[in-house]
Design a protein. Structure first.
Length: 220
């Protein structure tokens, strides 16, 4: 069955067009290690939640998954998978999990606002869910936000701390590259939210300019 689908990058609900991922881009891009951890959680929550809901709704039907309660159940599944990811990451690297504790708790909320739930609840009750299509839509949205987050952190962290880091070790992160700081350049401004918003605003301007020439409508 055909439904209106948003383009994962150029659509109106994309992280840069609808600014749905702006808060996460600002908070999690200060360190590359944070961005990698959050990106892994995005794939985990978006993929497993969509797969679980699509599979169970196809097998069990409306008796177990009523239309009115589908949205609440979807959010509960996202919270469950997000909590499980946090627990597993905490067991592997407690200090790294502590640094991104709040960010990982926010992932299910971003998923609930991603528009994927609306695609499910807008389908008629007798519609059959295509697990592959549902999963590909969710993973593509997670991939777009994850790539933007990692690229943004690769730009921001060297300007902020003159380094690049990976998650791991008992200290929470590993510094993989270190750059010499320039004394006359205001490096510290990009470590705070104000500097991040400056970079994000410049990125959004480039995005909107490119969108007007490349993308001209939604996908059916």
């Amino acid at each position: 069955m055909s439904v209106n689908r948003q383009h994962s990058f150029w659509g109106s609900d994309s992280p840069l067009s609808g600014l749905t991922g702006a808060g996460l881009l600002v908070m999690a891009s200060a360190r590359l290690s944070w961005a990698i951890t959050v990106a892994g959680c995005l794939f985990w929550v978006y993929g497993l939640t969509t797969f679980t809901f699509s599979l169970l709704s196809s097998v069990l039907g409306e008796k177990i998954f009523p239309v009115k309660g589908g949205r609440i159940l979807y959010v509960c599944l996202a919270s469950f998978w997000g909590s499980l990811y946090l627990l597993l990451f905490w067991l592997m690297c407690p200090f790294a999990a502590y640094e991104v504790f709040l960010l990982l708790l926010l992932i299910p909320l971003y998923f609930a606002n991603s528009g994927i739930i609306e695609q499910f609840v807008s389908l008629p009750g007798n519609a059959v869910h295509d697990i592959f299509d549902d999963l590909s839509d969710a993973v593509s949205q997670a991939a777009v936000l994850s790539v933007l987050l990692i690229l943004f952190s690769i730009i921001r962290e060297p300007f902020s701390y003159c380094s690049l880091s990976f998650p791991g070790t008992y200290q929470g992160m590993i510094t993989i590259m270190y750059f010499k700081s320039n004394s006359f350049f205001p490096i510290g401004i990009f470590s705070v939210s104000a500097g991040s918003l400056i970079l994000l605003g410049y990125l959004i301007c480039l995005y909107q300019y490119s969108k007007s020439y490349i993308f001209h409508g939604e996908i059916k």
